[in-house]
Design a protein around this ligand. Structure first.
Ligand code: NAD
Ligand code: MG
Length: 395
């Protein structure tokens, strides 16, 4: 008999959370949703508790947690409801937990993701912001505590699948010449440049290939998402920036590639559905059904590639700059981007102002080395403060 893997899902009510629960539901003999967590969505969390009967449900927001507690009692469920950031860390680190799906959006995910690594879990990492903010510190923590890290981000999962099985972090020794990170180019790849200023949140969130949360959808439209992913790939695969090449591939069928010195290029292909990388990582090293339909090459027809236009997508340039600068700069970039995206979604800022604000914040915050999680959180807070000052000065 197989042992059942007990999973904590950080961010169960989001897009990745939904896809993870869909995979879990297909394999009741393999996985158990042990703890579910979210920000404040009581109704959706209650529905997930009724269906998956987790041991714990955590809502960050205390008032929402009180409402959920009442609803859970009324529904006669045994789920224990908790609230607050300490409870998110608690359910990520309980000894019964085998794996943690880190799928909170943004910097808010860093503390519980760190807690999972600190307690040696199998960490299924969707929350790329943790690696962007604190890549070196996080990778050390994973190593020191014998945690296992598997990437959920489709590109990084594709790279993982295209690397040699026992890749030890040495690209040259494995005969790898380059990592080719594919990008769809988002909804504005071909839009006339002078129309970008008037882009609405609805247009920015309408991704041509993927259905995702709002923040990552806006990041895809500015291509900051690809910038964050370059930094993510740097830490995951110990790859210097010049060995990570962004390739625009509008069909989103090739999810990324690894080029070898003998001229071979290994790619992972599939329909754009996050259940594939999720099922790959959850079942690893076995292959399990994900519910994703087979790729129909005749329907795909052709695969196109082009180089990214850094004038159209200045956020990508800023991310390369932050990676080259190192230290606190990636955390500063990330924090400024989060404030910019929130402001854009709230219609308090134009789409084209996003990179302008991020660059100003990067210029305003002094460069510093980064060796502790507290230091990272300070850099994050300082950059958010600068970003808000910049916004206030505009109005
Ligand atoms: P989403 O907005 O759909 O869901 C976010 C989840 O996080 C929700 O459950 C929400 O309740 C929770 N949350 C939000 N703020 C929180 C807070 N302050 N404290 C605790 N919980 C909080 O986001 P998503 O699209 O599922 O993305 C999640 C993460 O996965 C992001 O880091 C994103 O970059 C990454 N990712 C997503 C996709 C995708 O296809 N959606 C692909 C690759 C990577
Ligand atoms: Mg991705």
């Amino acid at each position: 008999m197989k042992t059942i893997r007990k999973i904590t899902i950080l961010g169960s009510t989001g897009s990745i959370g939904d896809s993870t629960l869909d995979v879990i539901a297909r394999h009741p003999d393999r996985f158990e949703a042990f703890a579910l967590t979210a920000n404040n969505n009581v109704e959706k969390m209650l529905a997930q508790c009724e269906r998956f009967r987790p041991r714990y449900a955590v809502l960050l927001n205390p008032e929402s947690a009180t409402r959920l507690t009442e609803a859970v009692h009324a529904a006669r469920l045994k789920t224990q409801v908790l609230s607050g950031i300490e409870s998110l860390e608690y359910v990520a680190s309980l000894p019964e937990v085998d794996a943690v799906m880190a799928a909170i959006v943004g910097a808010a995910g860093i503390l519980p993701t760190f807690a999972a690594a600190r307690t040696g879990k199998l960490v299924l990492l969707a929350n790329k912001e943790t690696l962007v903010m604190a890549g070196g510190i996080f990778m050390d923590l994973v190593k020191r505590n014998n945690a296992t890290l598997l990437p959920i981000d489709s590109e990084h999962n594709a790279i993982y699948q295209s690397l040699p099985l026992h890749f030890n972090g040495n690209l040259a020794a494995s005969g790898i010449s380059r990592i080719l990170l594919t990008a769809s180019g988002g909804p504005f790849r071909r839009a006339p440049l002078d129309t970008l200023e008037q882009v609405t949140p609805g247009q920015a969130c309408a991704h041509p290939n993927w259905s995702m949360g709002q923040k990552i959808s806006v990041d895809s439209a500015t291509m900051m998402n690809k910038g964050l992913e370059v930094i993510e790939a740097h830490w995951l695969f110990n790859a210097p920036p010049e060995k990570i090449e962004v390739v625009i591939h509008p069909q989103s069928v090739i999810h990324s590639m690894v080029a070898y010195v003998d001229g071979s290029v290994i790619a992972q292909l599939g329909n754009p559905d996050m259940r594939t990388p999720i099922a790959h990582a959850m079942g690893f090293p076995e292959r399990i059904n994900s519910g994703v339909s087979a790729l129909d090459m005749f329907k795909v027809g052709h695969l196109d590639f082009e180089a990214p236009d850094l004038d159209r997508f200045p956020c990508l340039r800023l991310a390369y700059r932050a990676l080259a600068a190192g230290g606190n700069m990636p955390a500063v970039l990330n924090a400024a981007n989060e404030v910019a995206v929130e402001s854009f979604l709230a219609e308090r800022m134009k789409f084209t102002a996003i990179p302008v604000m991020i660059e100003q914040v990067m210029n305003a915050v002094p460069q510093a080395a980064m060796t502790t999680l507290d230091g990272v959180l300070e850099a994050d807070a300082l950059a958010r403060h600068q970003a808000r000052e910049w916004l206030a000065a505009q109005s």
